[in-house]
Design a binder for this molecule. Structure first.
Ligand code: FCB
Length: 455
């Protein structure tokens, strides 16, 4: 056994998202979101469930904060539901919605748990979707207005702000394949959606700097702002030229499409060309890319696995298909591939020298409560151990990795899979909404308290 110790101050966290845990979908003035509309449409969610109640976190948040404190979390990453703050997407403010987050943030700060707050984890106010959603440039301006309002009202109490969670998923699943809300299948608007999401990020960062001018040179500013991307390491299914090309395209459409504008102020030419041949073009205006390319303080990365790609002439959009995985997989069917951590970090480092965080990593397994009342999720413990060990290796390699967040604190509403996939450190009993610590939660508490682990 070797002991791996992390640098002092390493940020150990867990992450959630508003729609996946809160419930209370129509309480205290909250407006309708695209996920409410989507889950209330029959046939969209695998088990027919909705996030109407979810984990009931809106009412049980105090208990959840106690669990976080007992775990010893250094930071908690969560998102704010835009329609709780601005029910129709634009002012006036719903003060009750704001109060909920104000209380949560205060409780975290009292316990020394750093709030890491995401402004947008896919729950657009339905009223904005009715006007075109992210395909409409105006939504980016509405987002900047919402962001500025939160910076003004809550900004100083939140050390880490994130504009968007995984713009790739919102773009491709929300507007391309329609598997996620708003459920649009319109590949023609996809690149404009991506562009408007990125533009809204840049505008929000500008609003942030206006509210919090940077500190003296050399000093880390506080609060800080960044964005969270999902990055997959891409591997070709073979060394044949068409598989290599398909894999390169897959990397372009998922990773580089976001990294390049954010850090280099341009879109990847090969990806634009590929889509243009299919009549898909982003609606870019002069000056937009400078806005998107605005400096940020950190970059968050979500990583779960890798993608192995083979060429598929029948796939008209991408010309690429994911090959079936050969190794062991999680309950999502995702290959267990621990180097995803280090490969993702290396790719990000090639674009930027800002501090990096792993803002999501974790696994779904078919957990059950055993007759002894425990949840013995050894497979998750093994998954986390191997992935965290890779994070340690990345630091040894000189990568400026500041923290790691497990996805997720407690089993919750896993989007189109409903409640059928359990990713939590805590088991959620959906009948009683009781939370039960899994073995992985006990294990993670140990990791945090020792600031390291044995491998
Ligand atoms: C990520 C999402 C998160 C959760 C995990 C499993 O893509 O950000 O909400 O669904 O996947």
């Amino acid at each position: 056994m070797t002991q791996l110790t992390f640098p002092p101050g390493f940020v150990w966290g867990a992450a959630t998202a508003a729609y996946q845990i809160e419930g209370a979908w129509n309480e205290d003035g909250r407006g309708e979101s695209i996920w409410d509309r989507f889950t209330h449409t029959p046939g969209k969610i695998a088990d027919g469930s909705t996030g109407d109640v979810a984990c009931d976190h809106y009412h049980r948040w105090q208990e959840d904060v106690e669990h976080m404190a007992a775990l010893g979390l250094k930071s908690y990453r969560f998102s704010i539901a835009w329609p709780r703050i601005l029910p129709t997407g634009a002012p006036p403010i719903n003060e009750k919605g704001l109060d909920f987050y104000r209380r949560l943030i205060a409780a975290l700060n009292e316990r020394g748990i750093i709030p890491n707050v995401t402004l947008y984890h896919w729950d657009l106010p339905q009223a904005l979707e009715d006007r075109g959603g992210w395909a409409n440039r105006d939504t980016a301006l509405r987002f900047a207005e919402y962001a500025a309002l939160l910076f003004r009202r809550l900004g100083a109490d939140v050390p880490l702000w994130v504009t968007h969670n995984e713009p790739f998923i919102q773009t491709f699943y929300g507007y391309g394949t329609g598997e996620y809300a708003p459920g649009r299948r319109d590949p023609r608007v996809m690149l404009s959606v991506a562009h408007h999401l990125l533009l809204s990020h840049g505008l929000a960062v500008q609003a942030f700097r206006a509210e919090f001018p940077s500190g003296p040179a050399g000093e880390a500013p506080c609060p800080q702002i960044g964005i969270v991307l999902i990055l997959w390491p891409h591997h070709p299914a073979s060394q044949r030229p068409w598989d290599l090309r398909a894999s390169r395209f897959a990397d372009g459409a998922t990773n580089r499409l976001f990294l390049e504008p954010l850090f280099r102020g341009r879109y990847p030419e090969d990806v634009l060309r590929h889509f243009a041949r299919r009549g898909i073009r982003p609606a870019i205006r002069p000056g937009d890319l400078q806005v998107i390319n605005v400096p940020i303080d950190f970059l968050g990365l979500n990583t779960y696995s890798r993608l192995v790609t083979r060429f598929d002439p029948l796939d008209l959009i991408g010309g690429a298909r994911q090959a079936a995985s050969s190794g062991p997989t999680t309950a999502m069917g995702w290959e267990i591939y621990p180097p995803c951590i280090i490969e993702t970090l290396r790719q990000a480092r090639a674009y930027t020298s800002v501090p990096l965080y792993i803002t999501e990593n974790g696994a779904a397994f078919d957990d059950a409560v055993a007759p002894d009342g425990g949840v013995h999720d050894d497979a998750r413990v093994a998954y986390l151990r191997e992935h965290i060990a890779m994070a340690h290796r990345a630091i040894q390699e000189g990568i400026d990795l500041r923290g790691y967040y497990v996805w997720t604190l407690l089993d919750n509403f896993e989007w189109s899979h409903g409640f059928s996939k359990r990713f939590g450190l805590l088991y959620t009993d959906y009948a009683s909404r009781r939370r039960i610590w899994k073995r992985s939660a006990h294990w993670y508490r140990e990791v945090i308290s020792r600031n390291g682990l044995e491998v």
